[in-house]
Each structure stands twice: as structure tokens, then as C-alpha cells.
Design a protein around this ligand. Structure first.
Ligand code: SF4
Length: 261
């Protein structure tokens, strides 16, 4: 039996087990109601009684009948009857919003994944870093958008500082970072590689883009401390050099035979 109390115990409500069972039996088949499992004191003059649920397919579930009473009244009244899961119940997994379930690579041609207005990774282009140029009137905002359009910036929102941080952490910890197996066995880092294309902006001090068509990371962002065996300055040792092939041998006998046909 479970009995918990977060506030002063109300003996009238705690003793109202039979009233709770009777109210439950009026709503559901009596055969579906099992033993009294205990009660919770929900608040002042509010107690929930629990009964085992014997419905097939509801193992571990329990009926909860909440009773209450008015101040200075000695009679419990029924507040709510619900069926709730216990620790062993089979329940649906927690709901995960669609946008949180999408993983890199899940998008197919034609799929749409709208970004929410309050996405912390983006800020309007009239913000400077973290600091809003505020207060801005609607007219000011329109003027700034107009200037952005005139300058050819043309983007309503750009990456916020948090958005940049998230991207940097993800890239650094990913396949293009220094901890990837490819980087761990590389002879040198991307920082000294001739195939590295530099980025502009605040990420330019840590990341670039690999432009080696023979490398696994061609076209991907790589950390300066990443690296691979296709580094522009990699040299083979003498032992690793390919063995030179002998000169071709001309088989004159076979050639003569051929000319006889
Ligand atoms: S070829 Fe290799 S070392 Fe060079 S930039 Fe690309 S990943 Fe880095």
C-alpha cells in the first residue's frame, strides 16, 4: 500500500475508501476493480485513492478516484475518476516533436522542415551579434531591410552567436573534427594542406572546406586540426614506393604468325 502526504492528512477523505470504490463501480464493471492500493494526499482536503485495474491488457494500471470535501463538511464527494499507469504499465513512448526526430540525412527531395520564428540559432539581420539595435520601430526595421536588400544581403535572418556555437561544436565533434579515425591516423593536419579552402567570418579561425576530390571529406567543412592521408604534402617513404615494372617484351614470333594470315 502506498501512502504519501504532502500536506495535513484529512481523516474523512482517507477513510472514504468505500465511497471511492462505490463511485468507481458506478462507472466501470465491478470485475475490473481490484484491491485498494493506497492513497495520495493531493492537497488540502483532496485525496486520491488507488485501486488495482483488472481489465485485460492493462497490467500495472490503476484506477484513481479523487475525493474532496467542503470546509467543515464531514462527507466526501467524488472529484475525478481516471485510469493511470503504474511503474510496470505498458505505455506509449514520450512524444518527440517532429523537428526533434529529424536527423541529418533524413530529408528527402520535396520534404519541408520550417524553422520556428523563435529558433535561437537565427537572428534577424538587423541584429548585430547578440545585441539588438533596439528599440526599433516598424519603420526603422523596414528601412534596415531595404538597406540590406540594396546592399544585396537579401537575407531576413542570419546565424546568431548561439547558432554559430552549435555548428562549431557539432562540426568539431563530427567526422571533420580532430577525433575522427581518419584524422587520428593522418600524417598532417588540414591547416597545412593546400586543398583547404578558407571560410569567412567568425568560424574562419577554426574551420575550412576540403576541396580535394580524392579525399573522403571533399566538399565538407573540416577543422584545421582534422587531417587525412590525401594531404597535399604527403610523401611516400622508399618502402611505400611502387615497385618499377620491367620494360615490355616484343614477341616477334607471334607477330610474324599474325602477319601470315
Ligand atoms: S585533403 Fe585531407 S588534409 Fe587536405 S584539406 Fe582535405 S581532409 Fe584536410
Amino acid at each position: 500500500m502506498t501512502v504519501t502526504s504532502r500536506t495535513k492528512t484529512d481523516s474523512v477523505l482517507v477513510d472514504a475508501v468505500d465511497a471511492a470504490r462505490a463511485a468507481l463501480a458506478a462507472d466501470v464493471d465491478a470485475a475490473a476493480i481490484g484491491d485498494h492500493l493506497g492513497h495520495d494526499v493531493e492537497g488540502e482536503r483532496v485525496v486520491s485513492h488507488y485501486f488495482d485495474c483488472r481489465l485485460s491488457g492493462y497490467r500495472g494500471w490503476r484506477w484513481s478516484v479523487t475525493v474532496t470535501r467542503a470546509s467543515r463538511q464531514k462527507v466526501a464527494t467524488i472529484d475525478e475518476i481516471v485510469l493511470i499507469p503504474g511503474a510496470e504499465s505498458i505505455t506509449a513512448p514520450d512524444w518527440v516533436p517532429y523537428k526533434d526526430r529529424i536527423q541529418p540525412g533524413d530529408m528527402s527531395a520535396g520534404d519541408l522542415l520550417p524553422v520556428e520564428d523563435d529558433d535561437v540559432r537565427l537572428v534577424p539581420t538587423y541584429l548585430v551579434g547578440d545585441d539588438a539595435v533596439d528599440p526599433l520601430s516598424q519603420q526603422d526595421q523596414a528601412q534596415i531591410r531595404q538597406v540590406a536588400d540594396d546592399l544585396g544581403l537579401g537575407r531576413v535572418r542570419t546565424l546568431s552567436v548561439e547558432g554559430l556555437d552549435q555548428a562549431a561544436e557539432r562540426w568539431y565533434a563530427g567526422d571533420g573534427g580532430p577525433q575522427s579515425p581518419l584524422a587520428q591516423s593522418a600524417p598532417a593536419t588540414c591547416h597545412s594542406c593546400g586543398f583547404l579552402v578558407r571560410l569567412a567570418g567568425s568560424l574562419s579561425g577554426t574551420f575550412g572546406v576540403c576541396a580535394n576530390g580524392n579525399a573522403n571529406d571533399d566538399g565538407r567543412v573540416v577543422a584545421f586540426s582534422h587531417g587525412c592521408g590525401a594531404h597535399s604534402e604527403v610523401q611516400l617513404s622508399k618502402k611505400q614506393q611502387p615497385v618499377p615494372l620491367p620494360d615490355h617484351v616484343i614477341d616477334t614470333v607471334a607477330t610474324d604468325d599474325f602477319e601470315n594470315f
